[in-house]
Design a protein around this ligand. Structure first.
Ligand code: NAD
Length: 263
């Protein structure tokens, strides 16, 4: 069996997931990088760029393609990681999508609702169920000493944006999923944490740069800057090291003070 702890980071071919994968590799995790479509021939972007970056820095990683909204692909990914390394010590549920088009809640469509809920909520719910059962069994036979599970939700879990209602609903639901698994897995000593990014500079927010530049300049945040993937990775890393185990079931906002009510 592989002698280093293994972290699976979903949606880690770019953005926040990439930042988390690189940070965890630096901290000694072997990283399972996940993306939907991957091109082994391209090491300049996407999953293989992340793998190459990790390896050049002396770390270990491999790519496991899967669409997390597919039952079969989730199962195949976990089987492949088990075959390769025989363990998953940390699951980071990071993959997620915004609606393809921001449509007002009075006009938004069932198709977009289903897509966003399947990827952001149903996928991580059942992926976590699958991995949690493995972790329980592996912990009981002493293969993994400290399994942990983390959910990347959003400030949208508790902030209304009527132009992307389906996204807010998916993240509010995922926030409860984190609590449910924290509760259920407590007896097995598996801590679960929810991390809520605020406004983070990634491809997801590229189309709304002007809007957020303006809001930040006008004082929306205490720390008047965009968040970076590394800001989120810092909290994930503290959790991965065991520093937040007693905070199981809690959520931590990484939003530059977005959530602080101010007068
Ligand atoms: N950027 C922000 O401001 C922000 C704020 C709050 C929360 N988030 C959340 O952080 C997470 C990462 O977002 P990001 O900003 O890095 O976005 P991003 O679009 O740059 O990256 C998302 C990643 O998830 C992957 N992905 C999408 N659908 C997938 C699927 N079905 N199966 C597997 N992988 C899939 C994408 O390929 C991509 O690599 C998401 O859950 C997002 O909702 C982002």
């Amino acid at each position: 069996m592989h002698d280093k702890p293994v972290a699976l980071v979903t949606g880690s071919a770019r953005g926040i997931g990439r930042g988390i994968a690189i940070r965890l590799a630096r901290e000694g995790f072997t990283v399972a990088i996940n993306g939907v479509t991957v091109d082994p021939g391209d090491t300049t972007q996407g999953a293989y760029e992340v793998k190459t970056s990790i390896e050049l820095a002396g770390g270990q990683a491999d790519v496991f393609p899967a669409d997390i909204s597919s039952v079969e692909q989730r199962q195949a990914m976990i089987d492949a990681i088990e075959k390769r390394w025989g363990r998953i010590d940390l699951l980071v549920n990071n993959a997620g999508v915004a609606p393809k088009v921001r449509l007002d809640i009075l006009e938004s469509t069932e198709d977009s609702f289903e897509r966003v809920i399947n990827i952001n909520l149903q996928g991580p719910y059942f992926l976590t169920q699958l991995v949690a059962n493995k972790m329980i069994a592996w912990k009981q036979v002493g293969k993994i000493p400290n399994p942990r599970i983390l959910f990347v939700t959003s400030i949208s879990a508790y902030t209304s944006s009527p132009s992307r209602g389906e996204y807010c609903v998916s993240k509010a639901g995922l926030s409860m999923v984190a609590k449910l698994f924290a509760h259920r897995l407590g007896e097995y000593g598996i801590p679960v944490l929810e991390v809520c990014p605020g406004i983070i500079k990634t491809r997801m927010t590229a189309g709304v740069t002007d809007k957020y530049d303006k809001l930040i300049a006008e004082g929306l945040l205490i720390d008047k800057r965009w968040g970076q993937p590394e800001d989120v990775a810092g909290v994930v890393s503290a959790f991965a090291r065991g520093n937040l185990d007693y905070s199981t079931g809690e959520r931590i906002e990484v939003g530059g003070g977005f959530g602080v009510r101010r007068l």
